[in-house]
Design a protein around this ligand. Structure first.
Ligand code: FE
Ligand code: FE
Ligand code: ZN
Length: 277
């Protein structure tokens, strides 16, 4: 199955996102669990969630990606900031139990000058607190561009986090094409990059792909997304990503700067470039 979709606004609720996804030809999507800057989440409308679950089943959607607010920093030097990240992640996971079987993606964090080893240790600590046996959500660490003091700029850093977490069967990785390119990995040499991922982390841990072009050359550590074909990665390379045998069945999610008609066009383009069914 080819699961392709994009980031959608959750402002009109859950079922509305499902309907929008159908309108633009998507069979997966991503949404922020709350305001991306991390404020209080709206209380859940369980009827609305149930309506989405029905729609997803009827239309054979792939796994959805719930995205944590990107301002959370479980690796902060400030205990209050760390605690806020922990409470928010735990609360999101609780809420996602109403939408079982999906993915919860978060940016591992920034060590803000404490050094990567300390940042990694703090992220492990947070995950060991929030993961509980029996969760119906897989928590994904996103590969990061390495902007500022971001953790997760290399497969090795992600591997270290996975190794430190007790319940790491509930953990996976979301590969963002713009971020890995900006971190210095070559998507043109896709086999080599995926081999390296496999050696360090194991490809079975790869559970989702963010499909973005990048405004900047490889290794720039900038994290500026570009529409498909309008950046330094290019359409041909991204077409090879969606067709790679090791990535079949994963949800591919666009986070390109776009309005809905733009997303519909990119989804149609990628469907036309996809060789399988
Ligand atoms: Fe992200
Ligand atoms: Fe991303
Ligand atoms: Zn990004």
């Amino acid at each position: 199955m080819f699961f392709i979709g994009c980031h959608l606004s959750s402002s009109k609720g859950f079922a509305a996102m499902g309907r929008t996804a159908l309108e633009i030809g998507a069979n997966t999507f991503q949404f922020f669990t709350r305001n991306p800057r991390g404020s209080q989440a709206k209380s859940l409308d369980l009827q609305d969630v149930q309506a989405l679950r029905t729609l997803l089943k009827e239309h054979h959607f792939g796994p959805l990606i719930a995205h944590a607010p990107y301002t959370l920093n479980p690796a902060s030097a400030d205990p209050k900031t760390r605690d806020f990240a922990l409470q928010t992640l735990a609360d999101d996971l609780q809420r996602l139990e109403h939408l079982p079987g999906n993915l919860y993606n978060f940016h591992p964090g920034s060590h803000v000058g404490q050094g990567a080893p300390t940042g990694i240790r703090l992220i492990i600590q947070a995950l060991n607190e929030i993961l509980t046996p029996g969760l119906h959500t897989t928590v994904l660490l996103e590969t990061m561009a390495g902007k500022g003091s971001e953790i997760g700029r290399s497969f090795d850093e992600l591997k270290q986090i996975l190794d430190g977490v007790r319940l790491n069967a509930q953990l996976g990785v979301c590969l963002d094409t713009c971020h890995v390119h900006d971190a210095g990995y070559s998507l043109e040499a896709l086999d080599q990059t995926l081999n390296e991922f496999d050696k360090q982390i194991g490809l079975k841990k790869l559970r989702a792909v963010h499909l973005n072009d990048s405004l900047n050359p490889r290794g720039a550590h900038k994290d500026r997304h570009a529409p498909i074909g309008q950046g330094h990665i290019g359409t041909d390379t991204l077409a090879r990503v969606i067709n790679h045998p090791a990535l079949q069945g994963l949800p591919f999610c666009l986070e390109t700067p776009n309005d809905l008609p733009g997303y519909a066009r990119e989804i149609a383009l990628l469907r036309s470039l996809y060789h399988g069914k």
